[in-house]
Design a binder for this molecule. Structure first.
Ligand SMILES: [Zn+2]
Ligand SMILES: [Zn+2]
Length: 222
């Protein structure tokens, strides 16, 4: 049950924290984003990657590459919303942005039942994204129920992916392939988060610190 509830809880927590706290500047959200990227990268490399190669075959690498391509395609739609780049144009949120963001969240939910480490990495990854998404939604002139609906849609995407993967028998034989695909998606997104977290390549000790802590914790947890 936690596999479904925790990703939803992360979005609720992220959304509420923004609405209650109303931050003027995004320094701490950006730090949390850098931490989440580091934790996600650490989990992908120390937990998921060894497991897909241990259980997979010589084709595993191709599935990882396919995942990287899929994430590149999704970013064309979302313009990077799933790694914390959310731009609202004319106080609107384009449908393509939501489509890319939702699909990404849906795909990353697939292997959660088989990988408990991934659950926590996804929960931590969702928190800052939900915060930034909430900020963007509340800048639009959508009415309240539409704003909440967009957030609910985002919140249920990952559990929906986990559910579908678990209860679709024809997918079972492909579980290693699916996980390898998600490894590609996560490798791309986590490295993008880390890459974009160093603005203009300026030295930033607090960001460096949260990244080292994020990687360290992902190793400890594993
Ligand atoms: Zn970006
Ligand atoms: Zn993601």
């Amino acid at each position: 049950m936690n596999n479904y509830l925790l990703p939803i809880a992360a979005v609720i927590l992220g959304g509420l924290s923004i609405l209650i706290w109303k931050p003027k500047e995004l320094r701490s959200v950006k730090l949390l984003l850098a931490f989440s990227g580091a934790f996600l990268l650490g989990t992908t490399l120390t937990s998921l990657l060894p497991s897909v190669f241990a259980n997979g075959n010589e084709h595993t690498s191709y599935w990882i590459l396919a995942g990287i391509i899929i994430q590149i395609l999704l970013e064309q739609l979302s313009k990077g919303a799933e790694h914390g780049h959310i731009h609202t144009s004319n106080n609107r949120i384009p449908l393509t942005l939501l489509g890319g963001l939702y699909l990404h969240a849906f795909i990353e939910g697939f292997p959660i039942h088989q990988h408990n480490d991934l659950l926590w990495a996804i929960v931590i990854h969702k928190l800052p994204i939900a915060m930034l998404l909430t900020l963007a939604i509340w800048q639009t002139n959508f009415n309240f129920s539409k704003k909440v609906m967009i957030l609910i849609g985002f919140a249920i995407m990952t559990p929906l992916g986990s559910y579908l993967n678990f209860y679709t028998p024809i997918l079972q034989p492909y579980s290693v392939h699916i996980t390898a695909l998600v490894v590609g998606v996560l490798l791309h997104i986590s490295t993008t988060i880390l890459f974009e977290s160093t603005e203009n390549h300026k030295f930033n000790i607090s960001k460096l610190l949260v990244i080292v802590i994020g990687i360290g914790l992902s190793i400890l947890k594993h």
